[in-house]
Design a protein around this ligand. Structure first.
Ligand code: AP5
Length: 250
């Protein structure tokens, strides 16, 4: 991938009708990964770092909903409903999430590999993904499961700021931008996500405990789960992740 042009992930964010600005370099053994873990544990941050390190594309379902919410184009009724769920901190219905992943399944064949972030999030989604992967002859290399105490997670969420334009993620104290309120990458304004307000955070944590935790058991039983301690600086967590992944391949 050219260092001067960032992959805008257009085919993922906008759907299969859109073309990515940069197609990742094909790899001989592209990484095919899923990231799991509670809201705010650092999945998006690690996904971005892992993409740079491994050359794979970051496929986040949350980013698809946020991109649709920010777009001026009229969203479909299902997408409008999905965004309403997201803003309240609730999980979007499985049928809507599945429809958007199914439409974008071409991204799973990206020559650079992929990192699914935020999907699957329920047992029904995990089962549906597994069948899709079998149908398309794709094998996952691993399912990274980030783990951290709840009080540290709440601190990460309350200090998170996101670039309105390029979606880069910062933290007021943990990963501050060079200039307060301004994105280092593109100069866009940094904002607090609507679902990072305390009420929505509470709902998201409950949804995670009730529904998403069963997904870890699904992948544990398939011997794909790779638990990683998410405490410490982002680069330390990245190093831990890469070491664990490479150990699986050796
Ligand atoms: P989604 O976008 O997937 O959000 P999430 O899983 O709740 O995760 P977050 O993005 O909140 O956190 P993260 O783990 O990525 O942490 P981050 O790296 O930003 O989903 C949003 C919503 O969409 C859902 O609630 C749901 O409504 C809907 N949705 C999406 N997918 C769905 C699905 N499959 N089914 C149903 N509904 C779905 O880090 C957090 C903060 O910590 C940042 O400020 C960051 O800078 C900081 N930080 C990270 N790492 C470190 C570190 N090591 N040291 C210091 N600071 C750090």
């Amino acid at each position: 991938m050219s260092s001067s042009t960032k992959n805008d992930r257009a085919a993922w964010l906008l759907g299969p009708g859109a073309k990515c600005a940069v197609i990742p370099q094909p790899r001989t053994r592209p990484w095919k990964l899923v990231l799991l873990g509670p809201p705010g544990v650092g999945k998006g941050t690690q996904a971005e770092l892992l993409c740079r390190e491994l050359g794979a594309c970051h496929l986040s379902t949350g980013d698809v909903f946020r991109a649709s919410g920010a777009s001026r184009c009229a969203a479909s009724p299902a997408m409008t409903e999905a965004i309403r769920y997201m803003l309240q901190g609730q999980l979007v219905p499985d049928s809507t999430v599945w429809q958007l992943v199914r439409e974008r399944s071409g991204c799973l064949h990206c020559g650079g590999g992929f990192i699914l972030d935020g999907f699957p999030r329920s047992l029904a989604q995990a089962t549906a993904l597994q069948q899709l992967l079998i149908d398309e002859s794709i094998s996952l290399d691993g399912v990274i499961f980030y783990v951290m105490p709840v009080e540290d997670i709440v601190a990460r969420l309350s200090g998170r700021r996101t670039c309105q334009r390029c979606k880069a993620v910062y933290h007021l104290t943990g990963r501050p931008p060079a200039k307060p309120g301004i994105c280092d990458n593109c100069g866009g304004n940094l904002i607090q996500r609507e679902d990072d307000k305390p009420k929505a955070v509470e709902v998201r944590m409950q949804a995670y405990q009730q529904v998403t935790a069963s997904v870890t058991q699904f992948y544990r039983e398939m011997s794909l789960l790779v638990p990683i301690d998410a405490r410490g600086a982002a680069n330390e967590v990245l190093a831990r992740t890469v070491t664990a992944l490479k150990a699986r391949r050796n």
